[in-house]
Design a protein around this ligand. Structure first.
Ligand SMILES: [Fe+2]
Ligand SMILES: [Fe+2]
Length: 210
């Protein structure tokens, strides 16, 4: 979820930032669709909960598609299009490495990667506003508000899966992230947004490197 720091005074700098976010959103569409296709029939879900699981991630997928299209339109208005810049494959690598582990996927995709988005987006919004690009800032604000809901969806389903384990939800989370996530959990955290999403400090703070 990391977007390299760029100078936002030029439209090129803003274009590169928006391109990086558009790339994240495109991956997020795939991640939500993969969640539905790969795990809706997983035995850890009770029969009566499958429909709700699929509906939750379909709603996330719909949001992500809207986020991507919004940014693609904005890129176009700046004379750019998606694909103009190189992009990293980190999100999809995280998806690939958790393809056989349902709880690890729920721990890492929404609760590590999307939660990281909540930490870094307010600063991007401030910087875009500071550079006078209020239109792009408004788009990131819409995305930010809806991403809190995605992390909340992840937290709800993670707790559902963790309730089937002997360990506490937090220690199960720590174990899964330590085993399956190769990156670092970086502070500072947006504690307010994370708490709103149902992700308490006890989940992420013990994993953090400073
Ligand atoms: Fe999104
Ligand atoms: Fe999302």
């Amino acid at each position: 979820m990391d977007v390299p720091r760029r100078r936002l005074g030029s439209s090129q700098g803003r274009g590169a930032l928006l391109h990086a976010v558009a790339h994240i959103e495109l991956n997020a569409i795939d991640l939500a669709a993969d969640m539905i296709a790969r795990f809706t029939l997983h035995p850890a879900l009770r029969e009566s909960d499958r429909k709700r699981f699929a509906a939750d991630w379909t709603s996330v997928c719909d949001d992500e598609a809207r986020h991507f299209l919004m940014l693609a339109d904005r890129l176009e208005a700046l004379g750019l299009s998606y694909g103009d810049y190189p992009a990293h494959n980190g999100l999809w690598e995280a998806a690939h490495s958790t393809r056989d582990n349902f709880p690890a996927r729920v721990a890492i995709a929404p609760l590590v990667l999307e939660a990281r988005g909540l930490d870094v987006t307010p600063n991007m919004i401030n910087r875009l506003n500071g550079a006078g690009d209020h239109k792009s800032a408004q788009m990131l604000q819409v995305i930010y508000d809806e991403e809190i809901g995605h992390v909340a969806t992840g937290a709800r389903w993670f707790k559902y899966l963790a309730a089937q384990q002997a360990d506490s939800a937090e220690s199960y989370f720590h174990e899964l992230v330590r085993t399956h996530f190769k990156g670092q959990i970086k502070s500072p955290f947006n504690e307010k947004a994370r708490t709103l999403a149902g992700l308490a400090r006890t989940y992420y703070e013990p994993l953090s490197v400073n």
